[in-house]
Design a protein around this ligand. Structure first.
Ligand SMILES: [Zn+2]
Length: 391
């Protein structure tokens, strides 16, 4: 029987140029609508059991033209990494790969008939629905539908804890860029801990604060397998100054709610395909930058590093600080509008450099445990969040 390769699966994404010869499976990446071009892929191989297969992604090098500015000194997204593969879609293991500047290649002889391949472990929309269904069984949670995507998919928010005057408002955003699926696993770790009635850290936070979690801001992207954009080709993380119903209803509903509720802390969860570490971006160059915000950011970084070695100090956002922050990005706009600690979290696609797991690389399991470490850092920073607060 011949092999078959297909991206026509939920959240799948690949163009099959030719798979008639298992030793020369030729593939191409597909840009998002709006033509933003990133290295996202997710596909299935059928009939590969015991067959030596060689996969070549022919246009991988074309994505280098869309690298973020200031990254010249950083290794590119195709170096020092390989795809993840899975037989059961639960455990994902790494394969070695090579990149010649244009073509990304890897080989594999599957042990089973079906094998899935992806840039990083997928986090499908069904899994998000499972997470919401599980979370709502806790008496600590309310779930609210706050808006709809361009294609009409509901955008949900979890409210953890009981709202009361004087309580801090903590926000966690995820999924603006739908291929950065690390966020889903990170949120599982965060929510499992925050909803544990026997966890003193979580209970202490919820006595003093309410946590608002938006688990997926771009459900259309998740469902279709897009890398970063929404259904009309908008990069949601460039919409925060003036979101609109036509271009970015996903941002507008969250922003409107923030205006109504207030924000004392926010973390916006993303992933970075180039760096081999978890790192934070702080809104240090916003117009209302202050010693207070600088100090909060440094304290928070140190608290998280103490809570988990997966957060390493000394990895500032690459390329140096811009002269002026881009307020169209969520974390910058939120910090400027609410004079609060608001950070960008980037998890790796590769492995971390401090602790290397050659079998898995940075994995869903590690992302989940990393998420469970966030409450310790939040608990530590709570006493300072409103000190000298101006808005
Ligand atoms: Zn992102």
């Amino acid at each position: 029987m011949p092999i078959s390769v297909s991206g026509n699966i939920p959240g799948g994404r690949i163009e099959v140029v030719d798979c008639s010869d298992p030793a020369d499976i030729r593939l191409r990446l597909i840009p998002d609508r709006g033509a933003e071009f990133r290295g996202h892929y997710h596909f299935r191989l059928s009939g590969g059991r015991g067959v030596d297969c060689v996969f070549r992604i022919l246009n991988a090098g074309d994505t280098l033209a869309t690298r973020l500015p200031g990254r010249e000194a950083v290794e590119n997204a195709w170096t020092n990494t390989g795809p993840v593969a899975s037989y059961d879609r639960a455990r994902w293991f790494r394969l070695p790969a090579s990149f010649d500047g244009q073509v990304f290649s890897f080989s594999h002889r599957p042990d089973y008939d079906l094998c899935h391949y992806a840039r990083w472990a997928p986090y499908g929309f069904d899994r998000l629905l499972d997470l919401l269904a599980r979370a709502q069984l806790s008496s600590l949670v309310r779930i609210t539908t706050i808006g709809r995507s361009i294609e009409g998919v509901e955008i949900d928010m979890l409210t953890l804890g009981t709202e009361a005057p004087g309580k801090l408002k903590l926000w966690v955003l995820a999924g603006q860029h739908s291929s950065e699926t690390q966020s889903g696993f990170f949120l599982e770790g965060l929510l499992d801990r925050m909803l544990d009635p026997h966890d003193p850290v979580a209970q202490n936070i919820l006595e003093r604060a309410v946590m608002y979690v938006i688990p997926n801001m771009n459900p259309d992207g998740t469902i279709h397998g897009w890398a970063r954009l929404n259904a009309v080709g908008t990069n949601l993380n460039r919409e925060w100054v003036a979101p609109s119903t036509e271009r970015s209803p996903e941002v507008k509903c969250v922003r409107d709610l923030m205006e109504a509720v207030g924000v004392d802390f926010c973390v916006d969860c993303h992933a970075d395909a180039e760096l081999r570490c978890n790192f934070l971006g702080g809104p240090l160059e916003i117009p209302s930058r202050s010693a207070r915000l600088n100090d909060l950011f440094c304290r928070f970084e140190n608290l998280w590093a103490a809570a988990s070695p997966e957060y390493e100090l000394g990895h500032p956002y690459p390329g140096g600080a811009p002269e002026h922050a881009d307020l169209t990005m969520a974390w910058n706009w939120i910090a400027e509008r609410f004079d609060c600690l608001s950070v960008l979290l980037e998890q790796p696609f590769k492995d971390t450099s401090w602790w290397q797991d050659r079998e898995h690389g940075w994995s869903p399991q590690r992302a989940t445990r990393f998420g469970s470490s966030l409450p310790v850092a939040i608990l530590g920073i709570i006493p300072q969040l409103r000190e000298g607060h101006s808005k």
